[in-house]
Design a protein around this ligand. Structure first.
Ligand SMILES: Cc1cc2nc3c(=O)[nH]c(=O)nc-3n(C[C@H](O)[C@H](O)[C@H](O)COP(=O)(O)OP(=O)(O)OC[C@H]3O[C@@H](n4cnc5c(N)ncnc54)[C@H](O)[C@@H]3O)c2cc1C
Length: 452
């Protein structure tokens, strides 16, 4: 996703106040902060608060921490793949800093893109955009870098597809652009704000933040954060179902009836979960309207363990016009004879992939790869997949800001509601990235620290 920094008033307080009963927190003299969600936003906020002597308690719905960071181990084969977040970007300074702090090694995870289009396999640099479009696009990016905030706001009123068409992109170039950019956004570029589109590419590293991967899996960072926060401060299988504010206290009631009380709450969950909570007082209409407006993209990742790395090139990724959509070599820099190729499907393709049984997933992937490598189905040993479109707690992979939403919807959703702060992927400048989640969690923690 993208770094989009302009327009975020933040700091405004939504009006409200009310009731609920009961417990928690060992040390009553210190400020108590309850954090909803033990994804990377919640854990980063908790770590920062803990370092500043706050009592923290995290409530997490799932029976695991990490949320959309979800490393899968093919245990017998000592290989891992990511079912959620994959790449650490070269511009993602907080994640890189944390990896240094926790002595986690970042491995190169950059790829050279092949294509399979219309059943024709092409090697990197032997296919791509026309030179006319490449030149025109560079000029558009340069223009963007000169734009005022007002110009950017105007851009936000257009969708990315329309912007490209209005700028004379040819049918062939548009086809490639749609395949690439929909991979980044998780849905067709017709559903993406032109501002979000251009900011994505103008403000990212040359490889579009697809630069590194944590050796051993991204979930290691989650484990390190949880160790710092203290496992005893994280309550799994605790779903926040009701939140009430009265006076200076906030009470959270979980779906099993347990009640927790705190001075402040940081709510880091995606919009689908926020809507399911019973709020007392109710969230303001403008906030509820914004929750209704924001959609999340549908992505499915399907990783196949192959008995050999028939693709030979360790740095191979492939964009295709087939159902599995985009492939990359998940096990790059993990050594062994066997290897993992992951299909990253988006939108309707992701949904259709998710409906296939394991055998048919392998078949579909093998058929898609056939123009490049012949019949590879015989090498497939195991498959693992995850479809985020129907994830119980997210109902999507990450937020997709459509036209007119970045400047308006995000600002409303970022607004503090008395003693409740909102954080998480959908609210960050680096929206759609782990980095953004960390930034948003730490920003909320920072405000609480400064106010105490
Ligand atoms: C397929 C996919 C690919 C991605 N690729 C990349 C990538 O390459 N690079 C990158 O940087 N980022 C990537 N991301 C984005 C990255 O995963 C997210 O930005 C980040 O992990 C989100 O963290 P979070 O803490 O904001 O939200 P989450 O991880 O969603 O954490 C929120 C937590 O809240 C919990 N929860 C929900 N409702 C409740 C409730 N009512 N009570 C208690 N707990 C609740 C959830 O279970 C979850 O654990 C990808 C995401 C996906 C899905």
């Amino acid at each position: 996703m993208k770094r989009r920094q302009f327009i975020k008033t933040g700091g405004t307080v939504l009006a409200g106040a009310a009731v609920f009963p009961h417990i928690s927190f060992a040390n009553k003299r210190q400020k108590n902060v309850l954090i909803i969600g033990a994804g990377i936003a919640g854990l980063s906020a908790a770590y920062k608060l803990k370092k500043n002597d706050f009592n923290v308690l995290l409530l997490e719905s799932r029976n695991r921490i990490g949320g959309r960071i979800f490393t899968y181990n093919f245990n017998d084969d000592n290989l891992t793949c990511e079912l959620g977040a994959e790449w650490v970007g070269a511009s993602h300074f907080r994640i890189i800093e944390m990896c240094e702090e926790f002595e986690l090694e970042l491995l190169n995870h950059q790829f050279e893109t092949y294509s399979i289009l219309n059943r024709k396999f092409s090697e990197p640099n032997r296919w791509g955009y026309s030179s006319e479009w490449s030149e025109k696009y560079s000029r558009l990016i340069e223009n963007y870098n000169q734009m005022s905030e007002e110009d950017k706001k105007k851009l936000d009123r257009l969708d990315w597809w329309r912007y490209l068409v209005n700028n004379g992109i040819s049918e062939n170039d548009l086809e490639i652009k749609e395949l690439f950019d929909s991979t980044d956004f998780g849905e067709t570029i017709r559903q993406v704000s032109a501002y979000a589109g251009i900011a994505e590419y103008a403000e990212s590293s040359p490889k579009n933040e697809m630069d590194y991967h944590i050796n051993g899996g991204n979930s290691l960072l989650i484990q390190k954060l949880a160790d710092k926060v203290g496992i005893e401060n994280i309550k799994l299988k605790h779903t926040a179902a009701g939140i009430s504010q009265t006076g200076n206290k906030v009470k959270v009631v979980c779906s099993d009836g347990k009640i927790f009380e705190a001075d402040k709450v940081i709510c880091t969950i995606p919009t689908y979960g926020i809507q399911k909570i019973k709020w007392d007082p109710d969230l303001p209409e403008v906030y509820k309207q914004a929750l209704n407006e924001l959609q999340y993209s549908r992505i499915s990742k399907t990783s196949v363990l192959f008995s050999e790395r028939f693709w030979k090139d360790e740095s191979m990724d492939i964009i295709t016009d087939t159902l599995p959509h985009y492939f990359f070599h998940s096990s790059k820099n993990q050594f062994g004879k066997k290897g993992i190729l992951t299909s990253y499907a988006i939108g309707d393709k992701a949904y259709v992939m998710s409906k296939l049984n394991e055998q048919n997933k392998i078949r579909e992937i093998s058929m898609a790869l056939m123009p490049a490598f012949g019949d590879v189905e015989k090498f497939a040993e195991k498959v693992v997949s995850y479809y985020w479109g129907s994830d119980q707690f997210t109902q999507g992979a990450y937020a997709i800001y459509n036209k007119n939403q970045w400047t308006r919807v995000r600002d409303i959703l970022s607004t503090r509601f008395e003693n409740i702060f909102f954080a998480g992927e959908h609210l960050a400048d680096w929206q759609g990235f782990m980095e953004g989640s960390v930034n948003s969690g730490e920003e909320a923690a920072e405000i609480i620290i400064n106010e105490s």
